[in-house]
Design a protein around this ligand. Structure first.
Ligand SMILES: Nc1ncnc2c1ncn2[C@@H]1O[C@H](COP(=O)(O)OP(=O)(O)OP(=O)(O)O)[C@@H](O)[C@H]1O
Length: 240
């Protein structure tokens, strides 16, 4: 499979001198287009820091990141407009759906392309097509407060996909959901990843879904260890 995102020797140090925190100490990771991988690790291991670097929310100290064939970071950002990078190349899914309460479901999904300058009718058509693909089109005219938790998360996934980003970062997307709904969200992420050739990284503590990943990156004290298959759910690494 073609490459979606690659991270090489990524380092992030907060502060400097005696008080420096070495949050990422040389992370290597690659996710193919159409692949969904898990990112797990104990509290304080560096998951959020890695996600923020990948999402161009904070600047890594050094290393290299590529999305497809484009180098986006190599010892400094290689793109001038980080807002456009986040808007066009990366979709975000969070633990809570964070839908806008005063917009209906269609407009929640259509908002991003509208803000990017797409004509409203076209953006709404794209939103409705995605809602269809995510099996929530029958709620297209509803307000977010009228949806179940699982439906809200589907709308949040539609919103993350609407600009067809090559990369999706999902931060604990199943935490508030029961087993059945959590597994349904992972199934959906897998289907969408394949359909739209998106590389998906799911940060999770959720034991219900960890065994479903073909590959997991386990981060320990700022270093990732790659694990495969069901191994991922049982493998124990002694903290260094
Ligand atoms: N802005 C910051 N300034 C200084 N140190 C930070 C900052 N943000 C995080 N850290 C430190 O970097 C290390 C990694 O933190 P990070 O938040 O990435 O871990 P995490 O794996 O996401 O943890 P959790 O699962 O508890 O959210 C920790 O030692 C943390 O205290």
């Amino acid at each position: 499979m073609a490459e979606g995102i690659r991270i090489e020797n990524l380092i992030k140090t907060y502060g400097s001198g005696d008080t420096a925190v070495h949050a990422l100490r040389g992370v290597n990771m690659s996710v193919a287009k159409g692949e969904v991988v898990g990112l797990i690790g104990p509290s304080g291991s560096g998951k959020s820091t890695l996600l923020k670097c990948l999402g161009a929310v904070i600047e890594p100290t050094s290393g290299r990141m590529t999305i497809g064939d484009s180098v986006i970071f190599e010892d400094g950002w290689r793109v001038a407009d980080l807002r456009a990078l986040r808007r066009d190349l990366i979709g975000f899914i969070f633990q809570a759906p964070y839908l806008i309460p005063f917009l209906d479901v269609t407009d929640n999904v259509a908002l991003l392309p509208m803000l990017a300058g797409k004509p409203n009718a076209e953006a709404r058509k794209e939103a409705r097509d995605l809602l269809e693909a995510l099996d929530v089109a029958h709620r297209a005219a509803a307000m977010p407060s009228q949806l179940s938790g699982g439906e809200q998360q589907r709308v949040a996934i539609a919103r993350a996909l609407v600009n067809r980003p090559p990369v999706i970062l999902a931060d604990e997307p199943t935490a508030p959901l029961d087993s059945v709904r959590a597994l349904a969200v992972v199934d959906l992420l897998n289907t969408m990843a394949r359909q739209f050739e998106t590389a998906v990284i799911v940060v999770t503590h959720d034991e219900k879904i960890i065994p479903t990943f073909g590959r997991v990156y386990n981060i320990r004290e700022g270093i990732t260890i790659e694990e495969f298959g069901t191994h991922a759910s049982t493998h124990q690494v002694t903290p260094g």
